[in-house]
Design a protein around this ligand. Structure first.
Ligand code: 13P
Ligand code: SF4
Length: 363
């Protein structure tokens, strides 16, 4: 097999050959050697905007996970964009098709449709706005678009919820219960107004009729297995052993961690927060390992710790490596694209409605 140097050289060759026709996007959780080769990097919101605004490229190679590549396809191939490019679609490629997101998989379209029908037996669904975290399949985003709802990321969930509450008095939030709960709590909604919908618990998702009638936000029982590993006792131990330390976490962490942290935010916000801090600041950071390790390297003037004593890395983000990137790029250059991500027109149309609402409220 080839060394990283050899792979990097071959990848650079394709980048030079394709020039501005090629846009490599990289999520902050990617490995260093992959992120170094991306043209642009960002959090989920920033990456969706980059795809939406991409103009003269023909190919987007997405170093991230499946739902991100789907979102890029939906936004880069808006009808007006295709027209601007004289009818050309952008080809979106995910270097390894096994790069999924276990949280996105926790809400399947038929489960959500069943939940919606079941909810309709108890409350008027015209008074519920579905809000989906961007970490979801295109079929879910399409469901949300059709039912008057909105997509959000961890950097605009508060704006999306406010928008939803300007329309209806209730929200169904999926798939991440933690992002939904943490955001709603900052808006003064209380835990007893947030029943959790377990798709495996029968007709009312494990709640009583009264709980659903009294609800403001119905939280889908999904979570990120990476962020769920950060615990309150880890925060307590850091505070005990490192006086003055600041705790910086992602809102996919559970309530008990999120509410005692100093700062909570998207990967973009985590990076910005560290960048702006004075030398000597001590941090314990609760998000994916590769990003925390990169921050450590980039900020030797600060003291950065990983919040958990055990490794929390996203195994699917990690699937994108130089070998897959090289293979997918060389196939693109040869005119034989592999791992193309294509969202069908009908699904894309409705997903776009929900995504454009997000872009609008967070502009
Ligand atoms: P953000 O980069 O938007 O914070 O998302 C984090 C994440 O878990 C992506 O899957
Ligand atoms: Fe999904 Fe969590 Fe991995 Fe993000 S970090 S892609 S939410 S499993």
């Amino acid at each position: 097999s080839l060394s990283n140097e050899e792979l990097t050289t071959r990848i650079q060759k394709v980048r030079e050959d394709l020039g501005s026709k090629l846009l490599i996007l990289g999520h902050h959780y990617q490995q260093d050697e992959v992120i170094e080769l991306s043209d642009l990097r960002g959090d989920s919101y920033q990456l969706s905007k980059m795809a939406a605004e991409s103009s003269d490229c023909r190919y987007i190679v997405f170093c991230g996970v499946h739902f991100m590549a789907e979102t890029a396809d939906i936004l880069a191939n808006r009808p007006e964009k295709i027209e601007e490019r004289n009818g050309q679609r952008v080809t979106v490629v995910l270097p390894d098709m096994a790069a999924g997101c276990s949280m996105a998989d926790m809400a399947a379209i038929d489960q959500v449709e069943n939940a919606w029908d079941d909810l309709g037996e108890v409350i008027d669904t015209n008074d519920i706005t579905p809000v989906t975290y961007i970490n979801s399949a295109a079929s879910l985003k399409s469901f949300v678009g059709k039912h008057g709802g909105i997509v959000c990321t961890s950097s605009n969930a508060d704006k999306a919820l406010k928008w939803a509450f300007s329309r209806t008095s209730r929200v169904l939030f999926f798939p991440d219960q933690h992002l939904g709960r943490n955001t709603a709590l900052t808006m003064g909604i209380t835990e007893d107004q947030m029943p959790v919908w377990n798709p495996y618990a029968g007709d009312l998702g494990g709640s009583t009729e009264a709980q659903l009638v009294d609800s403001k936000v119905i939280l889908w029982q999904g979570h990120c297995s990476v962020h769920q590993m950060f615990k309150k006792e880890h925060v307590d131990a850091f505070r005990r052993n490192h006086p003055g330390i600041k705790i910086l976490v992602h809102p996919e962490c559970m309530r008990e961690v999120n509410e005692i942290a100093d700062v909570s935010g998207s990967t973009g916000k985590i990076i910005e927060t560290v960048r702006k801090a004075p030398a000597g600041t001590k941090w314990a950071i609760g998000t994916e390992l590769h990003l925390v390790n990169r921050l450590k390297k980039e900020h030797p003037e600060q003291e950065i710790h990983f919040l958990s004593p055990v490794v929390c890395m996203c195994a699917t983000m990690y699937r994108i490596d130089l070998a897959h990137l090289c293979w997918s790029l060389e196939n693109l250059a040869a005119g034989t694209p592999v791992n193309e991500i294509y969202v069908d027109d009908e699904t894309a149309k409705w997903s776009r409605v929900a995504l454009e609402r997000m872009l609008e409220v967070s502009a």
